[in-house]
Design a protein around this ligand. Structure first.
Ligand SMILES: [Mn+2]
Length: 745
């Protein structure tokens, strides 16, 4: 699907004095301006090492700390009540470490996604009371647990809530609510993750921010996709440093089974650690994930890591199975013209439906809800696109829903099964009014090809760590020439281009693009830069987001095996054939037909009639031209037999009439021509009335006069074919392109 490139508007320029003071390079300046980082205090926040904020800036922190210390003094059992995702299990790990250090009697509890669901659970709270628990501390959840807090209080337990999720109008009546966006507080980073809040409490309890716990908080923060700006960015930066200094035993074990080598970066968390920690709770009880993070014994950690990794492998296969089924439904609905997709199935694991929805959005670029249907309800996850707020759309349909929560890009929902069809219809009616839905790529800045150096790319590292809210900068390069392009990887899954002879540009899972962007095409590209280190050499490399061109692209499939262009069957192309061949479908056109309006054309046959061919090319408006020029009976290599050979053949027949079936091969040898050429020569002699055929025997006319061999139409036709082959099939591709181009414009 064509993507729209949005060049970010630069509202204000960076001041010369600030550029000097902060040593901002010209290209980094472009990015900062694109992101509105143009004031002194912005720059200070971004570039000057800043300490994490004092945890006591958080509203109610003092009360919470006091209550916990009281519990420690009174040997009161404490329960840390967590959540089953990566943010939840790191939150638990962080607080448990702090409680252990200050000598608390603490245990933790993680609700089961399938049997208990997200957030405080009444039955679990009651069982804590039975066990003599005096204080419950929630992490990464609880801010909506009004009822359960009341239950806990009635059973003689206090509850401290630490959370970062959306706060409702009324807070639960807990002993203390620690929330970075608490309405009565003024915490400077309101978008901490659950693990960030947990770290704040741990820091307050321990009197210091322990590097290992900052590393844990970095894992939760990146995995939870909160904006990596303000304190979150510093927290992740420091956390990554801490992880690279000393990996916690459990994280080390997990990275070992994942096969990771080298430094831990935000990508390591996002693509290796986070998904594995999340996988456990997506399938079962998440406890092993938390246990792994807390484990100090490396042997046991290795065992737990295997276990966690196995969940991730199973998670992938569950996702794959459901995705396959869901994609079929999605494709069908898209074909029906639906723009808001509601997909459903039976026995679909509710823990992975968000991932499935993301994959559908990626493919079809439409807001998507994926639901598991059971006897009583439909429950699932939703993912959206920038142009459509999932939250807004679902909020207007609350009468159809039992429960829903979420934000612009994602949501979770439960509803009676009987409402699914109506929901789908209403969402689709409403999205009709929406303007065109086209994927958008936000481009930070356009850069000159010559400015793309290793140094420049290193400077961009100052903006790290990248992630939600602080994406890796995307740059545009204009008018660069593809000097080489090929598919690489297993089954040619990926595309690797060379731009202007020097810059390697890769696009993952785009092996098919190689056909669309052949070498020599002049293109605009956008993507992210990285450094490629190989054999001691460091070179810039681009990870492509998109490629565009105004050029007409000519793709050469002349004299190649049909396998090479078999993919055309699945492309939206038209075929040009000679008028003596049958049109197999509406996609077939004769040379001579008008083909204006068709974007991709295949010149399938070698044209017989050059005038008709040029006529067609004159009408063409195509952007992509695949050239096959199929000709089953080529004459190029045989060439034209000389007049002398005609004379020799004629003399052979004068001596005695010949039968081609019996004598053909030996005559071919004598003359040094191929059988096809011999047949052709015979046709010319016949046509010139020098020989005749009767009962399979070729014989000469006795009274033949002098004839003009070169005037034979049969001779001339072969000569013309030879010329066409020379001109179109066996000439350089450049000259073919030039010939076609001349006719098109
Ligand atoms: Mn969270």
């Amino acid at each position: 699907m064509a993507k729209q490139w949005l060049l970010k508007q630069q509202e204000k320029e960076l001041d010369e004095a600030l550029i000097k003071e902060f040593k901002v390079s010209p290209l980094l300046k472009e990015v900062l301006e694109a992101r509105g980082i143009t004031e002194r205090d912005h720059l200070e926040k971004w570039f000057k090492e800043s300490a994490l904020f004092d945890p006591f800036l958080m509203f109610n922190m003092d009360i919470a700390v006091q209550r916990i210390q009281e519990a420690v003094e009174n040997m009161e059992p404490i329960i840390v009540y967590g959540d089953y995702d990566a943010d939840g299990v790191t939150s638990v790990t962080i607080l448990m470490a702090a409680l252990e250090e200050i000598g608390a009697m603490a245990d933790f509890y993680i609700p089961n996604r399938f049997t208990e669901g997200y957030g405080p659970n009444e039955a679990a709270f009651r069982s804590f009371a039975d066990d003599g628990v005096g204080l419950i501390i929630t992490v990464d959840n609880g801010v909506k647990g009004h009822h359960e807090v009341e239950v806990a209080k009635s059973l003689g337990m206090d509850v401290i809530i630490t959370d970062h999720h959306e706060i409702g109008d009324i807070l639960p009546d807990a002993y203390a609510v620690l929330h970075p966006a608490h309405p009565e507080g003024d915490y400077p980073c309101p978008h901490l993750a659950g693990a960030g809040v947990s770290l704040k409490l741990a820091t307050a309890l321990m009197g210091r921010a322990e590097p290992e716990l900052i590393g844990m908080a970095a894992i939760g923060t990146v995995s939870d996709l909160v904006p990596l700006t303000g304190e979150n960015r510093w927290l992740v930066k420091k956390g990554l440093d801490a992880l690279n200094q000393a990996l916690p035993v459990g994280v080390r074990a997990l990275l070992a089974v994942a096969g990771h080598q080298g430094d831990v970066t935000e990508e390591t968390i996002g693509f290796m650690i986070g998904p594995r920690l999340n996988a456990v709770g997506r399938l079962e009880d998440a406890r092993p994930a938390a246990e792994l993070l807390m484990e100090q014994d490396s042997d046991y950690a290795a065992e737990l890591a295997q276990h966690v990794d196995a969940y991730n492998i199973e998670r992938k296969s569950v996702v794959e199975t459901i995705t396959e089924e869901a994609m079929v439904q999605a494709a069908d609905k898209v074909a029906q013209g639906m723009n808001f997709l509601v997909i459903s199935g039976h026995n679909w694991n509710e823990g992975v439906l968000g991932i499935v929805a993301s994959k559908i959005v990626e493919r079809f670029y439409r807001p998507t809800i994926v639901l598991n249907l059971t006897a009583d309800y439909a429950k699932g996850s939703a993912r959206s696109i920038v142009q459509v707020s999932m939250y807004d759309y679902l909020e207007t349909e609350t009468e159809l829903l039992t429960k829903f929560g979420g934000h612009h890009m994602a949501a979770g929902l439960t509803m009676p099964q009987s409402n699914v069809e109506l929901l789908e219809q209403r969402l689709n009616d409403r999205i009709e009014e929406q303007e065109e839905l086209q994927p958008v790529i936000e481009v930070d800045a356009e850069v000159d090809f010559a400015d793309v150096t290793a140094d420049f790319i290193r400077q961009l590292d100052q903006l790290r760590p990248f992630g939600t809210g602080n994406p890796q900068p995307v740059f545009k390069l204009s008018n660069v020439k593809i000097t080489q392009n090929k598919a690489i990887g297993q089954q040619g899954a990926h595309m690797k281009m060379t731009l202007n002879d020097s810059l390697t540009a890769l696009k993952w899972s785009a092996g098919g693009w190689v056909h669309d962007f052949p070498a020599e095409t002049v293109v605009d590209v956008c993507g992210k830069f990285q450094l490629n280190e190989w054999n001691g050499h460091v070179t810039p490399q681009m990870l492509l987001e998109d490629v565009k061109t105004d050029d007409i692209r000519y793709i050469d499939y002349r004299n190649q095996h049909a396998n090479r262009f078999a993919f055309l069957k699945n492309e939206d192309v038209i075929y040009l054939i000679n008028s003596d061949r049958p049109k197999q479908s509406g996609a077939y056109f004769f040379y001579g037909d008008n083909i204006s309006g068709h974007d991709k054309i295949v010149l399938r046959d070698l044209p017989v009639d050059m005038t008709a061919f040029f006529e067609t090319m004159k009408s063409a408006t195509a952007k992509q031209i695949y050239i096959i020029f199929y000709e089953p009976a080529q004459v190029y290599f045989d060439g034209m037999p000389s007049l002398d050979k005609f004379r020799q053949l004629y003399k052979i027949i004068i001596r005695q009439p010949i039968n081609l079936v019996n004598q053909g091969m030996s005559i071919c040898q004598t003359l040094g021509v191929t059988p096809d050429t011999l047949i052709f020569m015979m046709e010319v002699l016949k046509e010139r009335q020098l020989v005749f055929e009767a009962d399979g025997l070729y014989n000469v006319y006795k009274e033949a006069g002098k004839v003009e061999m070169l005037a034979s139409p049969v001779y001339l036709e072969r000569h013309a074919q030879l010329e066409r082959e020379q001109q179109l099939l066996y000439s350089s591709f450049d000259s073919v392109k030039k010939l076609i181009n001349e006719k098109m414009f």
